[in-house]
Design a binder for this molecule. Structure first.
Ligand SMILES: C[S@@+](CC[C@H](N)C(=O)[O-])C[C@H]1O[C@@H](n2cnc3c(N)ncnc32)[C@H](O)[C@@H]1O
Length: 323
């Protein structure tokens, strides 16, 4: 039974609180010499569950989409503030935070997303991945596959495959016992910084010492509002994968079919740049699934994939991934 770090030390940044009690975003940090804006999704995790799940899946989807819009708005404002702090920007940020809080924060968002995973609403995306792993013969490879499930809403996603899959489920805001509370982008920092928990039980860094055979980023990259941090997520995956390891990426279909800045071809070019070979791609009415194999060490160079307009037509969204 995996231990959860939910009530224990977090390897996540500490969230400051304003006098009004609302979460205050953290200042930008510097990674590899570049300033990165922290999209303080962690602060959302601490907001109370006050929002309601929609009565119909359409209503829930509408609210989830609105939450995504608020995350993007939040990221833009945080980026602006890091360049030129101003009281008006702080006010706008507080407004966005308040609206998120009214909806129920990250906790509400996760519960609504979990509802979307019900069998009656299409099931969770692990059901697409498992047959692919079997096709590759990985179920009889000998020794269990180490699988990192990022943004796991349930620790039972791979329960049927427990004989050959060893899952490490993580999330920013653990929804149940057995899901480790951990920011994917912080993995490795503890190892480098030599951080340890207050007592040994708190420290889950040992879970990440060995590379993973499979990493799942299902509907997680689109959760991040900042295109650079989306790119960081893909880079982090390549860092944590074993040679020939597999990356399972799921995005809402509109991110690749209706964006001004991203389509399947560009996503493939980004993946190849990172040393990922595309094994499989599948679009459903709502989702785009990709399976990649790490075929060579990642390229560490940035600046190759800036935000570049591919389609200028009106009505398209602005989803992009920047490397
Ligand atoms: C839409 S849910 C996706 C759930 C599930 N993977 C699925 O396919 O339905 C996105 C989840 O990703 C989590 N998440 C976002 N960024 C993360 C990060 N940096 N580290 C860990 N979890 C993260 C959020 O907390 C949220 O629970």
């Amino acid at each position: 039974m995996p231990k959860t770090s939910k009530s224990k030390r977090r390897s996540l940044p500490v969230t400051a609180r304003s006098s009004a009690g609302s979460a205050v975003p953290l200042p930008p940090i510097h990674v590899d010499g570049h300033e990165k804006v922290i999209i303080d999704t962690q602060s959302l995790a601490s907001l109370p569950l006050v929002g309601k799940l929609g009565k119909s899946s359409t209503e829930t989807r509408r609210r989830i989409n609105h939450f995504h819009t608020l995350i993007k708005e939040y990221s833009k404002l945080a980026a602006l503030r890091s360049k030129a702090p101003a009281p008006e920007i702080d006010e706008k940020i507080e407004c966005v935070e308040r609206e998120m809080a009214q909806m129920g924060g990250l906790d509400w968002y996760q519960k609504a997303s979990l509802l979307g995973q019900c069998k009656s609403r299409g099931g969770d995306t692990s059901r697409w991945l498992v047959p692919k792993l079997r096709d590759l013969g990985l179920h009889k490879r000998g020794g269990k596959l180490r699988l990192l499930d990022v943004g796991a809403l349930s620790c039972l996603n791979y329960a049927k495959e427990r004989a050959w899959v060893d899952v490490v489920p993580i999330d920013l805001n653990s929804q149940e016992q057995g899901i480790y509370q951990q920011d994917f982008l912080d993995i490795g920092k503890q190892l480098v910084d030599g951080q340890t928990g207050e007592d040994e039980d708190d420290d889950i860094s040992h879970l990440f010492e060995q590379p993973f055979d499979v990493i799942c980023l299902s509907l997680v990259v689109n959760f991040i509002g900042d295109p650079v941090r989306r790119g960081d997520m893909l880079k982090q995956a390549t860092r944590l994968l074993a040679p020939d390891g597999l990356l399972f990426l799921v995005l809402p279909l509109s991110c690749v079919t209706n964006s001004r800045y991203l389509d399947d071809e560009r996503l493939l070019a980004i993946a190849q740049h990172l040393g990922l070979e595309q094994l499989s791609m599948h679009h459903t009415a709502k989702l785009a699934h990709y399976l990649y194999r790490l075929s060579r060490p990642e390229s560490t160079e940035s600046g190759h994939f800036k935000k570049k307009m591919l389609y200028s037509a009106a009505g398209r969204n602005n989803f992009s991934i920047v490397i």
